[in-house]
Design a protein around this ligand. Structure first.
Ligand SMILES: Cc1cc2nc3c(=O)[nH]c(=O)nc-3n(C[C@H](O)[C@H](O)[C@H](O)COP(=O)(O)O)c2cc1C
Length: 179
């Protein structure tokens, strides 16, 4: 875990069922010695609360670009500079598409565009969404640009289907980040 010790990990959480696993991921990243700040999308708020992620990270959680007090000092740029790594877990199909095309229409995508930190994406979605040519191309584009894509794993999905699209388990993510 030495590689994570002292790292400043910005954890992006997007809107998918696997967002409940982000709580465990925050805990494990901190156990490995990383500082963690969480940014959630509007979608993620339907799956996990900011209160949970705030309690586990020990830091305020941001979920909007339009936060007047945080943005008085250009908070999104400060967060983008603060991060030594950006990890998005779960990364939705929507987030992959936006990042592949350089969109910056919310806090998470804006700070990804404004950061020089290495980007690690941990996709989680229905197997058909993952197999869709649009998602395939978006993932290839992101990889070609230097992003690391961890997973997805294959198995039973929340939607009742079976196939590739499951988010890696938090322990596997921490292990991969420590490698
Ligand atoms: C119950 C439910 C579960 C969903 N699960 C996923 C998922 O696992 N992966 C995914 O890519 N999208 C999933 N979606 C769709 C996303 O939430 C939707 O595309 C949303 O726009 C994502 O926004 P975000 O990327 O800004 O978080 C789900 C939607 C609902 C209502």
């Amino acid at each position: 875990m030495a590689v994570l010790a002292g790292q400043r990990v910005l954890l992006g959480v997007t809107g998918g069922i696997a967002a409940y696993k982000s709580a465990d991921l925050v805990r494990r990243l901190r156990e490995a010695g990383a500082e963690v700040r969480v940014v959630m999308t509007e979608g993620a708020r339907h799956f996990i609360t900011a209160t949970t992620l705030q309690a586990l990270s020990g830091q305020p959680v941001r979920d909007s670009l339009w936060d007047e007090s945080a943005e008085a000092a250009m908070g999104h740029i400060e967060l983008a500079r603060w991060a030594t790594r950006i990890v998005i877990a779960p990364a939705s199909a929507n987030a992959l598409a936006k990042l592949a095309h350089g969109l910056a229409d919310d806090l998470l995508t804006t700070l990804c565009l404004a950061s020089e930190a290495p980007l690690v994406l941990v996709p989680a979605m229905n197997r058909v969404m993952w197999a869709h040519p649009a998602t395939r191309q978006n993932a290839d584009l992101l990889r070609a640009r230097g992003a690391t894509i961890l997973g997805p794993a294959e198995g039973d999905q929340a939607c009742g289907e079976t196939g590739p699209g499951r988010m890696l388990e938090p322990a596997q993510i921490v292990q991969a980040l420590s490698a």
